[in-house]
Design a binder for this molecule. Structure first.
Ligand code: FBP
Length: 551
């Protein structure tokens, strides 16, 4: 029996993604080299750590390359969290290398970077590829979070690639995965191992962007999915007029998704972690601000509203940041002993006994559920798994307590009832919006152009994204140019710099100028679901972030 697919998927599979003009006659392109680019920061240290791949020029592509080249065997890896459009990146690479030479072949290493090391792969054929065009998800070859940073892993990868005749590897990932791509590229180049390594900027979090890369793919679709849901909830709130909804949104550290959704929906409050850190706000201060908004709306008899909470908030509240830092050290140093403790209350007591007095006091004030969530396993990159910490529930509970205190003081007259939500996984595998379908396919096709140019240690770049695809540009940026040195797990490490929300940039400034009004005067905007067919103003809308950044 043939596999059943939805009518939308059926029709959507025929969508032909748009390419930048430079790539429309194929992945064989003219290459213009810019000036050598040093790393953003810590340039000398990065140059010393990456002697073979530092200070390379950026590359700009235009149509009209030399034409058909030799066949190439290319492998692709999906790395990290899912983001809408990953399959289109693969489709773009596939079509791109076939445009270089029909005999080119493509392989997918399965389950993320570990597939390269364990030689777990599948060959991608026409039929296999066609099943996944314009679909969401990473299920075509799977993804994983294995870190690639050991020489043994690099060597095993080289052996596995050699056996399949693979001369280029495309790693589709976020900042950590592209950092690993850079380490791999440097190692292969320094050892004269003939494998090009190319990165593609992926993550719904929107934090892999810089002066070279305008946005990571998946951010557009995921924030549209969340905004649809937030709009629906806002309308429900405005209809029933009895609930305050606290909605946590994915995004790990950066608050780009929360900011984008606030700009799209005009909810009553949205916390931006970067502002909390800049203003050194305490948890109690945040709760105060929210309680004041609730009280103000209650004066107008509006005992309802919507609050957006960025997933990573907890790590940006200064006292919590110190606590989490201490917890990381305690858990790393005492992992076996801690894991052997069975009872939750004993785990909490064990941790409390090892914290500084200040952090122990912060820890003691948290509800038990949050205390336990903060002590759960870190991910392979050492990050606290913020998606597992129920900050939305914490805030709803603390606001309720603050309001009852205010009631006693005569400062609050309303009724407070809350609902909590977490939107994250709902948005990561949605069918890519037209923007992401086009952008991802272009990033992949462009990666094939980079492969055709012979370059290694570059990230695929498609730019001028605020405009229509007819005006998009294509090229490549050296991975080392995006690096800086950060202190991680007790050591200085070269990493691609994570882009947080900048409080001086237009998206935050616009939000800050309007939030006071949105807080008190119900002004919800209801974006509705992503549209794939219909008027361009709806179907091809860019994110508010990109629009404001390019104003
Ligand atoms: P990437 O940075 O790998 O793209 O991951 C994004 C993300 O969705 C974060 O927003 C979230 O905190 C995390 O992945 C959740 O990880 P997991 O899928 O392992 O639960």
């Amino acid at each position: 029996m043939s596999k059943m697919i939805s009518p939308l998927q059926q029709v959507r599979s025929e969508y032909a993604p748009k390419l930048p003009p430079a790539l429309r006659s194929g992945a064989s392109v003219k290459v213009e080299k810019g000036a050598p680019l040093a790393a953003f920061a810590d340039a000398e240290k990065i140059a010393a750590l990456f002697p073979s791949t530092s200070n390379m020029p950026d590359l700009k592509f235009s149509a009209g390359g030399a034409g058909e080249g030799k066949p190439v065997n290319v492998a692709v890896i999906l790395s990290g969290g899912q983001a809408p459009g990953g399959h289109n990146v693969i489709a773009g690479i596939y079509d791109g290398i076939k445009s270089l030479n029909k005999a080119s072949r493509m392989f997918g290493f399965k389950g993320g970077p570990s597939g390269l090391v364990d030689n777990d792969y599948v060959e991608i054929t026409d039929e296999f590829m066609n099943e996944y065009r314009n679909t969401g998800g990473f299920d075509m070859i799977g993804s994983g979070r294995t870190k690639l940073e050991q020489v043994e892993q690099f060597d095993k990868g080289a052996v596995n690639c050699k056996a399949l005749g693979i001369s280029a590897l495309v790693i589709i990932g976020g900042d950590d995965s592209n950092t690993n791509a850079c380490l791999l590229a440097e190692y292969y180049k320094a050892k004269n191992i003939p494998i090009q390594v190319i990165g593609c900027p992926k993550t719904i979090d929107g934090d892999l962007k810089n002066k070279f890369i305008e946005t990571s793919f998946g951010f557009d679709t995921a924030s549209k999915v969340y905004s649809e849901l937030i709009g629906n909830i806002s309308r429900d709130a405005n209809s029933a007029k009895k609930y305050w909804h606290f909605i946590k949104l994915m995004g790990r550290s950066a608050s780009h998704i929360t900011l984008e959704c606030a700009l799209k929906t005009h909810v009553n409050a949205a916390i931006i972690s970067e502002e909390v850190a800049a203003k050194k706000q305490t948890l109690s201060g945040i709760v105060d601000d929210l309680a004041k908004i609730v009280a103000k709306r209650a004066e107008n008899k509006e005992n309802f509203g919507v609050v957006l909470v960025p997933e990573g908030l907890i790590e940006f509240i200064p006292e919590m940041k110190v606590l989490i830092g201490e917890l990381n050290d305690v858990l790393a140093a005492n992992a076996d002993e801690f894991n052997a403790i069975a009872k939750p209350e004993d785990k909490i007591a064990y941790i409390s006994g090892k914290l500084s007095a200040a952090s122990a006091s912060v820890y003691a004030q948290l509800p038990t559920a949050i205390q336990l969530q903060l002590s759960m396993d870190r991910d392979p990159h050492g990050n606290v798994q913020v998606s597992l910490i129920e900050t939305e529930k914490l805030l709803a509970q603390l606001v309720k307590q603050r309001l009852s205190a205010m009631k006693k003081e005569g400062k609050y007259v309303g009724k407070f009832s809350s609902q909590t939500h977490f939107f994250g996984y709902e948005g990561r595998c949605a069918a890519p919006s037209n923007f992401d379908a086009d952008y991802c396919y272009s990033l992949g096709f462009n990666a094939a152009a980079i492969i055709g140019s012979g370059a290694t240690a570059y990230m695929s770049y498609v730019g001028n994204l605020a405009k229509s695809a007819d005006e998009w540009t294509a090229g490549a940026v050296p991975l080392t140019a995006m690096m800086n040195v950060e202190h991680r797990h007790g050591a200085d490490k070269p990493v691609i710099k994570k882009a947080l929300v900048e409080l001086d940039d237009a998206p935050f400034k616009f939000f800050a100028a309007n939030r006071g009004d949105w807080a008190v005067n119900t002004s919800f905007v209801y974006p509705g679901p992503i549209q794939y067919f219909g008027p361009s103003v709806v179907c091809d809308a860019k994110t508010e972030t990109i629009k404001l950044e390019h104003q």
